[in-house]
Design a protein around this ligand. Sequence first.
Ligand code: T1G
Length: 699
Amino acid sequence: MSVTYKLVDDIGVITVDNPPVNALSHAVRQGLVEAIATAQDDSSKAVVIVCAGRTFIAGADISEFGKPPQEPSLPDVMAAVEASAKPVIAALHGTALGGGFELALSCHYRCALGSASVGLPEVKLGLLPGAGGTQRVPRLVGVEAALDMITAGNPVAASEAARLGLIDEVVGEPLQESALAYARGLVAHGAPLRRVRDISIAPDSYSNGQFDAYRARLNKRMRGQEAPQRIVSCIEAAMTLPFDEGLKKERELFIECRESGQSAALRHIFFAERTAPKVVGLSADTAARKVASVGIIGGGTMGGGIAMSFANAGIPVRLLEVSDEALERGLKLIARNYSITVSKGKLSEADAAARQNLITGTTDYQDFAGLDLVIEAVFESMDVKRQVFGQLDKVCKPGAILATNTSYLDVNEIAAATSRPQDVIGLHFFSPANVMKLLEVVRGEQTADDVIATAMKIGKQIRKVPVLARVCYGFIGNRMLRQYAREAQLCMIEGASPEQIDNALTTWGMAMGPLAVGDLAGIDIGYKARQALTDEQKGDPRTYCIADALAEMGRLGQKTGAGYYRYDPETRARSADPEVLEVIEAQATRMGVTRRAISDGEIVDRHILALVNEGFRILEEGIAQRPGDIDVVYVFGYGFPSWRGGPMFYAEQQGLARVYERICQLRDTHGDANWTPAPLLEQLVRENRSLADWVRQPA
Ligand code: T1G
């Protein structure tokens, strides 16, 4: 790590070099203050701040949060830069984010490469820009644009930033030379020490009513989250208070965010997402195999979405279907998805066409002979999958990776259909596969290390979050989902309506309620799977009798216009259906269940603790590598609120002893079958250890 200062003729150049993203660590903050002080006393006429490596400073060092703060603080650094007697110019490249962009805002001028972007993403960490960003941005772009930029936290491209006035000049490569020339130009023209803090905002530029309306919209768009509301208060202070008082308000609210459970949860997910692709026990020199070409078997919704994921990363894809008609349908589905992306402005026509052209169709397995990776996305039947893998075993070249997209079938059994089980792995995508970031990578007993390394690497390459799982029914996500879905069915037959269950969980933070999800996926999926099971295998009939009754009435969910809810044929708007309540009551009577009022709190406890309890079992069985992996699965694959950190982080925050006690209460009420506490949870509570301790010393 280093911050160096040198004179280049009449310009002082401060270079920050703190890989990988030049985070504003304590040492960097110290180095910047010292360098600015040095520049005050030398012959320099202006100072340029530039960074080595792939990006300008990408923010405060998040890994330092939770440790005792060390001087100089970030606001101290910004104050030193802004107070400089000589113009300080920020030279931006890569992603100048958070405290990095706030440093640039405290400079007197800002230039950037055209490929650069700037932004204040703190809200995504449950924080707010705590080094003047909420006070300086509105002074440059106005209140409403500042509210939009900082509550969303998205990056702004250099050209747009220049249009808004966030940066002054877009320059060409090489950056340092361009920045020096830009600085000399400013000096030659006698450019003033232009401090953003001196810009005033018209005190009536945004009314109280407008602020309240903005807060109300945020309450809907970012339901339950604290940081966005505090950001509005900071920006309101920028308009109503003198700069230094506004800074104080910002600091006060920043500290509230930094100390909050929501920020701890979001910072946990930030690092868990980046840790998940790392495989415990895999030697660092395990080289991944080359993947330059991919084959997908099955052009349905899943196969098409998977094909798009690879094409979007520039990897050519062969899509195989059983007939020309089926292939035609599959390719048309892909074309329609791309045109929707273009119509939403997310992709240019040219880019969409380029990606679509990377996907070609075939009905001949022989066309898969030379491919590096083949993924099957056919019907969820072990017989069908074994037949497909038998074919692939005959056709594919030695060393090709053969992957199954199964969501719960035994990967070892599928691998046994080939002569090369070491090349077989599970790549479980989530629908829609071209959108959902989660990818469960399922290692079979014989899957080779380099195949696992390849799967994790290609997962990141196609911009997924790969999480490693061992084989069990449902792997990580769907295994936990079965317990969650069980509680939805039991809460329904015991007394709650579908809308009460869904509302209780969405108010708690889930993106969708379990019954609405059931209608989206289709009630017939579970119904068909149960037809192949014996009554003993099906388990407690109270956990599926309502779903079966609805399926047998033809109420399969959204696709038939009715399921647990009724759906408007035009808008697909969901509404409660009294007919469903009759079905529930009839099944309760049939099961001998006396229905009762169930509180929202009980509904939330039963659903979330069902996830937590199963998560502990998954950890102790070694199905998941670490608790954070389970959190990543649930946040990126199942709509668990990221500001609660995932099921395992949530349990840790609640306190394991409290979680254990509540699960024991549920066991005493509902019996051992569903509520026996996971042995690992019991052990940690007995030993007064946290999950974090267990990760460090699992034995
Ligand atoms: N602090 C510490 N480590 C960081 C970091 C940060 N801010 N950003 C990234 N890393 C690590 C990351 O953990 C990974 O480590 C490696 O760098 C590469 O990251 C006062 C308080 C910059 C767009 O929120 O969005 O400033 O896994 O895999 O895909 O107002 O990192 O290799 O060991 O993500 O190329 C605000 C967060 C902080 C930006 C690069 N800033 N970072 O993406 O690489 S709060 C942010 C990102 C703040 C002030 C407040 C991305 C990236 P490892 P990566 P990438």
